[in-house]
Design a protein around this ligand. Structure first.
Ligand SMILES: NC(=O)c1ccc[n+]([C@@H]2O[C@H](COP(=O)([O-])OP(=O)(O)OC[C@H]3O[C@@H](n4cnc5c(N)ncnc54)[C@H](OP(=O)(O)O)[C@@H]3O)[C@@H](O)[C@H]2O)c1
Length: 255
């Protein structure tokens, strides 16, 4: 049994992770911004877990959350909460750039830093939920891609910095998942482009396998896994493939 903190616990992937990790007899700390949804999730799991309410876009809430977690033993911190906005970069309200960085990058970094003494003491694992867009800069997801690239860089550096002290820092990068993060436009675009959206339950299974195996990096899904590698070595090849799809993407990206 491990004590596992899950942020974004009431989201599509968060609930699937909570349910799977609960079924494996772990003790969970479910973190979310909607207290009613958190209570309902906890009830569905037998009301045996802790819930903590925090809006990760608020630095006051983030500090309070870190304080609440600081004194607790944590075996795994899953930074799962995330925010996305599909559309033309020109149309994105500037405040959304800040909010996406706050929730997707700054919150996981500040939470990890605040808990670091206890994470190191307990030889814990930090599992950051990335995205294949953290390997491939995707048109109409410029800000989201930037946040997931940043989260990947943070994960890799931290893994290398603390490996010799027993801290495990992992990055799992799913492709599209069928959750409410993807609106009807995104679903329609993925359908037209032939992109697969995995079920949250299937993704949660792969994430938990990576967690048990201590796998430092994992991209979920084929051919996305291959494209991520090619993009790292020969990005101009991936440019060509993506540029062919831009007209279709633009059609759906317009509000
Ligand atoms: N869906 C995909 O296609 C996809 C693909 C690759 C990676 N991912 C990543 O997977 C993770 C989970 O996403 P999902 O698909 O489960 O999406 P989701 O259903 O929209 O869940 C996102 C979670 O993040 C939480 N969140 C958003 N803003 C927050 C804030 N300001 N403070 C606290 N929590 C906040 C949401 O809280 P509420 O429950 O209160 O809304 C929700 O629980 C994210 O990191 C995402 O980037 C998703």
């Amino acid at each position: 049994m491990q004590r596992i903190v899950i942020t974004g616990a009431t989201g599509g992937l968060g609930m699937a992770l909570a349910s799977l990790l609960d079924s494996q007899n772990n003790e969970l700390v479910l973190v979310g911004r909607d207290e009613i949804a958190l209570r309902a999730l906890n009830e569905s799991l037998g009301s045996k877990h802790q819930i903590l309410v925090a809006d990760l876009a608020s630095s006051v809430d983030l500090d309070k959350l870190a304080e609440q977690l600081f004194k607790q033993k944590i075996d795994v911190l899953i930074n799962n909460a995330g925010l996305n906005e599909f559309g033309e970069f020109a149309d994105l309200p500037p405040a959304m750039i800040e909010q996406m960085f706050q929730v997707n990058v700054i919150a996981p970094m500040k939470l990890t830093q605040a808990l670091l003494p206890s994470l190191l003491r307990d030889k814990a694992t930090v599992l950051n939920i990335g995205s294949v867009f953290g390997y491939i800069g995707f048109p109409f997801y410029a800000t989201y891609s930037a946040t997931k690239f940043a989260l990947r860089g943070f994960t890799e550096a931290l893994f290398r910095e603390y490996k010799d002290q027993g801290l495990r820092v992992l990055f799992v990068a799913p492709r599209a998942i069928a959750t409410s993060m993807n609106d009807a436009r995104t679903e329609a675009m993925n359908k037209e482009l032939g992109n697969t959206a995995d079920s949250p339950v299937a993704v949660a299974l792969q994430i938990v396998q990576a967690l048990h195996a201590g796998q430092t990096r994992q991209v979920i899904g084929f051919p996305e896994k291959l494209f991520a590698r090619i993009n790292g070595l020969l990005p101009n090849i991936v440019d060509k493939a993506i540029l062919k799809q831009v007209a279709v993407m633009r059609k759906f990206a317009k509000k």
